[in-house]
Every structure is written in C-alpha cells, then in structure tokens.
Ligand binder design. Structure first.
Ligand code: URA
Length: 433
C-alpha cells in the first residue's frame, strides 16, 4: 500500500477502505508517513468528505493508536459529556454533581482550554488542592463509591488525534466535519464511556457558526457513537454569546456554584439541566427527559446538588469550603469597568471576541505551554436583549496584567447595538439522537 495512492483515491472522491484508513493512521502515528502526505490527505478529506463507514473507521483507527481506558470495573452505565467548545461554558461543573446525585456513574475525562475557549480542567484547578491527575485505581474507586470523578486526558490517549489535530491546526483543515467528528469521538471512545451526551455549540463563539453545519456535525457524531455501540445524544446549544455572566476560571466556578444553589442565569441553567437530563436517561435512571429535568430541579432546590459538589471537590483533594465561601477562590488585583459609549439594545455579543479578551487578561493560553491566571476573567453586566444607557457598565475586567487596552478593544468590538429590541435567543436549539 502506498500513501500517495490513498491520497489520490480520496482526491477523486472515492471511499477509502478500512485497511487503507488504518494504514494511514498507523503509519502517521509511527512517523512512517510524513506530515506532507497526511496534510494532503486531510485537505482531500476536507473537499471530498467521507461516508459514515469511513468516519467510523477513522475514529476507530485513532482509538487504536494508543491506550484505551478500561472502565469495566465501574458498575452501571458510565456516562460522559463533551462540549465542542465555547466561552463561559461551565456546564460540566454543573452536570457532574447533578447526574451523580441520581446514582449514575459519571466518569469524566476533560481537557484544558486553548485559544478563546476555556477548559474544565483549568476551571477546577482554580480550587486550592484540586487534583486532576488520579491513578486509574483512584479514578475507578471514586466513581464506584461517589458516582463521579474527573481526570485530565492521559498521555497516550489517541496519539494519532494529537498529531493530526496539530497538523490540521496549521494546514487549514480544522473545520471539516469528518475530521472534527472522528477527533472528538475517538477521545470519548478511548476514554471508555458507555454513553455520551455531546453539547454541540453553534454561533459566534463556536467552531460551527451556522446551524446547518452544527446539525451535520451532531448527526455525524451520533452516527459514529451508535455504529460503535455507544448510546449517544447531541444537544445543539447556542453560543452566539457567552454562557452566563462569568468568563474565566475562578469566576466560572463561582457561577457554577450559583446555578447549583438555584441561582445563576437562565441560559446556563437550562443548558445544564437539559444535558444532565439526557445523561440521566442514557444512564437508565429515567425513561423521560422531562421527568429527569423535573427531578434535577428538586435536587437543586433541596440543596442536595451543592452537597454533591462539595463531595466532588473533597474527593479530588480540593478545598470544599469554597462552595460556602467563593471569596476564597483566587481574586485579581485589578477590576476595571468597561462603560457604554452608545445607547440602545444589545443585539450582538461575539463570544469568540469575549473569549479572546479573557485570554488577553490572563484567563487563557495562546499556546499549550502558556501559564494561566485563575483569577483573571470578565463579568458581563449586559448581554443580548438588554438596553444600555450611555455610561452604563457593559462588563467588568478582572486581571493582574497592566495593559488592558487590547482586551478592551476586543470587548468593544464584540458588542452590537440597535434601537430595535432583538428576539430572545433560544438556548437549546435541537436534540439529535
Ligand atoms: N475538538 C476536538 O477535540 N477536535 C476537533 O477537531 C475539534 C474540536
């Protein structure tokens, strides 16, 4: 078999065989196939796409390129969730305690943030003592005993995806549905979940800016999950503006606590309850999503959700007292108001620009090696649909950096105003199962 023949085959729009896909993925992972051939193939896939059998084969070839986590020692249906990435997305912090409270094992693998999007691992590490590196035994023990645990992605999980993703990043081949779907699903399958709920974001802060693309990505990932015997549901959710009011690591922990206390914003509360309800149904605790939703509301109202959050933090070595006293979380030295220089309704709040501004304030990293400031972030005082008067505070910047000019410029360019009130945003747009 020769890589060049496989590239040509895809270039002319033909389906690759299972063996050809394995040959390419194995050869590239081992360094036998060079970057230039793999990038040519990714570009051919970008233009010619893949059918569902090819995408499933590509997913499995990436799964088999490294370690697979064996969760068979955990009793019950292990559920996981994955977000395609957003700004202010603290949904995992909310759903883990909620789903665990109904006795469904949540065995969560999470990543760090990169670029304008945040990562669950960084948010949790803003809690003093919280350990994201658990031994496989400790992970399994915590899930069996407490129904919840989280770990960072292990070194040798889907190494093919790691290499291919880095190559796609610099060859203009990120935004390809077969490549994104196989990349995400390979990690979920290698990490051992039986059931997966995907939060597919659509809008200004998401990979998929258009609903038709988000729907196609969701359908592709659900089909991969089903073909590999994993119960999979995709929830398409709005990312036309950041979720909630808080962006940044410690800030988002504070807001997750608010939601689990029965406060928090309607958008993140509804998205979190919807995703958690689907996890409860896939895990077998409820037949109907609406029943799960109603039950989880009572879990929040009774204070049980907060108790589960405390337990979650404690069993991972973290300081659970931050739940009653979030002021113990890292705090920035500077708090700078950004005020409106215009009047009118806010009609747009570009989530990607707000995410980039948060990164410039220290909350995120440009490259994987960059340090992160857990205290940095943004509190949005006004969001889409709000009316602002001249001089009203649009948002508050929390930072330890001296120069905030570029961040402020990004933020001002993120807002759009009009004299007309915009239609209310739909937080949960569609469910694909
Ligand atoms: N997230 C991933 O893990 N992979 C992609 O290709 C895109 C988003």
């Amino acid at each position: 078999m020769r890589a060049v023949d496989i590239i040509n085959k895809k270039k002319y729009g033909n389906a690759l065989t299972t063996d050809e896909i394995r040959f390419i993925v194995d050869g590239y992972t081992k360094g036998e196939i060079p970057d230039y051939q793999m990038s040519a193939l990714c570009m051919a896939i970008y233009f010619q796409s893949m059918d569902s059998r090819e995408i499933a084969d590509l997913t499995m070839a990436m799964v088999k390129s490294g370690d697979e986590v064996d969760l068979s020692a955990i009793n019950g249906i292990k559920v996981d969730k994955h977000s395609t990435g957003g700004v202010g997305d603290k949904i995992s912090l909310i759903v883990i305690p909620l789903v665990a409270s109904v006795g469904i094992p949540v065995a969560k693998m999470s990543g760090r943030g990169l670029g304008h999007t945040g990562g669950t691992v960084d948010k949790l590490e803003s809690i003093s003592g919280f350990k994201i590196e658990l031994t496989p035994n400790a992970f399994i023990e915590n899930v069996n005993r407490y129904k919840m645990a989280i770990v960072g992605q292990s070194g040798n999980l889907t190494p093919a995806d790691k290499k291919i993703y880095a190559l796609r990043d610099v060859t203009g081949t990120i935004d390809s549905i077969p490549l994104i779907a196989s990349s995400i699903m390979s990690k979920k399958i290698a990490s051992g979940a039986d059931a997966i709920v995907l939060d597919v974001k659509v809008g200004s802060g998401a990979f998929m800016k258009e609903l038709k693309d988000a729907r196609a990505l969701a359908e592709t990932m659900v089909a991969i999950g089903k073909s590999l015997d994993r119960k999979t549901v995709a929830v398409i959710t709005n990312m036309d503006q950041p979720l909630g009011h808080e962006i940044g690591n410690a800030n988002e922990v504070t807001e997750a606590i608010a939601v689990l206390s029965g406060r928090g914003d309607a958008d993140e509360r509804h998205v979190a309850l919807t995703i958690a309800s689907h996890m409860c149904v896939l895990g077998g605790a409820f037949r109907e999503v609406s029943d799960a939703y109603k039950h989880l509301e009572t879990v929040i109202a009774s204070g049980e959700a907060l108790q589960f959050l405390k337990t979650f933090i404690r069993i991972q070595g973290g300081d659970e007292t931050i739940v009653d006293d979030p002021a113990k979380l890292p705090a920035a030295t500077k708090h700078i108001e950004v005020k409106a220089d215009i009047e009118g309704y806010i009609t747009g709040l570009d989530a990607e620009k707000i995410g980039l501004a948060a990164m410039l304030l220290g909350a995120g990293r440009k490259t994987k090696e960059d340090p992160i400031d857990y205290a940095a972030g943004i509190t949005l005082s006004k969001k889409i649909g709000d009316y602002v008067n001249f001089g009203d505070v649009l948002c508050l910047l929390h930072t330890n950096v001296d120069d905030v000019l570029e961040a402020e410029k990004q933020i001002r360019s993120a807002y759009r105003f009009s004299t007309q009130q915009p239609e209310a945003l739909q937080y949960v747009i569609d469910i694909i199962s």
